[in-house]
Design a protein around this ligand. Structure first.
Ligand SMILES: Nc1ncnc2c1ncn2[C@@H]1O[C@H](COP(=O)(O)OP(=O)(O)O)[C@@H](O)[C@H]1O
Ligand SMILES: [Mg+2]
Length: 248
């Protein structure tokens, strides 16, 4: 088992953001996470990645108890994430963001003072962008803050993949972009991620996208997992229809 979460609980005051969560993830799985706002999806990602500590419960990664690991330790063992609000250097160029992230991932911060911006590093960054079908010619000389939302999202996810994690958690990777663009982005991202043998958990509100791109769906409601199965099964479950997707 790649990742396993047992009896996870987290309260904020009287709000139960994680209520006895049990969850398992295998290698090479693509899991969609659904649930209304406030259901506990981000909290779940925050706990797994060490940004929040649970009140109780255990997180195992390849059988090892990582519940007490900090953010950096969790990243180092191979669990990465992207954020609802992207975490990149806004005023730097697209390529420079990739180069710096690569160097940090390799723990070569000192290299920043040497030849971080070498021709080789630029070429590698371009190659990586191309793998994700990022429009390199159009955007490579732009700073991140000049990018349109779609390109920005791809860059954000790509940066989370640098360092070759085994698990990646994507918190609303396609929020704020059009449906047409969502499809293209998810297709390109997931194809590239698969190539690296990374297991993916992505939070997504668009049920068409969830159905199309996930092999398994986990549904959150009030801090609990109320369904965990193939997309068609989850979407047919009465409480999922009632509380999440409508139609009951
Ligand atoms: N840092 C926090 N402090 C207090 N309450 C929080 C905090 N983070 C999340 N919550 C609460 O926990 C619940 C779950 O939130 P969240 O995990 O962000 O939901 P989702 O990502 O599904 O929209 C919500 O009621 C939210 O208000
Ligand atoms: Mg959220």
């Amino acid at each position: 088992m790649l990742l396993e979460v047992k009896n996870l609980n987290k309260k904020f005051g009287s709000v139960s953001a994680a209520n006895n969560i049990n969850f398992k993830m295998n290698e090479n799985e693509i899991i969609g996470v659904i649930g209304a706002n406030g259901a506990g999806k981000t909290t779940f990602c925050n706990i797994i990645t060490g940004y929040l500590k649970p009140d109780s419960g255990v997180i195992l990664y390849e059988g090892k108890n990582i519940t007490k690991f900090n953010v950096q330790e969790i990243k180092n063992i191979g669990i990465h994430r992207s954020f609802q609000i992207p975490q990149v250097f806004e005023n730097l160029g697209v390529l420079e963001n990739i180069i710096i992230t690569e160097l940090v991932a390799k723990n070569k911060q000192n290299a920043l003072f040497e030849d971080a911006y070498s021709k080789k590093n630029y070429q590698n960054a371009i190659k990586l962008l191309e793998k994700f079908s990022f429009d390199v010619d159009k955007f490579k000389d732009k700073t991140v803050k000049e990018l349109p939302q779609g390109a920005r999202k791809v860059l954000d996810i790509l940066i989370a993949i640098i360092g070759k994690p085994k698990v990646i958690l994507l918190d609303e990777p396609t929020s704020g972009i059009s449906t047409d663009e969502k499809n293209v982005i998810m297709k390109n991202i997931l194809r590239a991620i698969k190539e690296f043998n990374i297991s993916v958990l992505f939070i997504e509100h668009d049920m068409e996208i969830v159905e199309k791109f996930s092999e398994r769906v986990v549904a959150f409601y009030n801090g609990e997992i109320i369904a965990d199965d193939k997309p068609s099964k989850v979407f047919n479950q009465n409480n999922v229809k009632k509380f999440i997707i409508g139609g009951l």
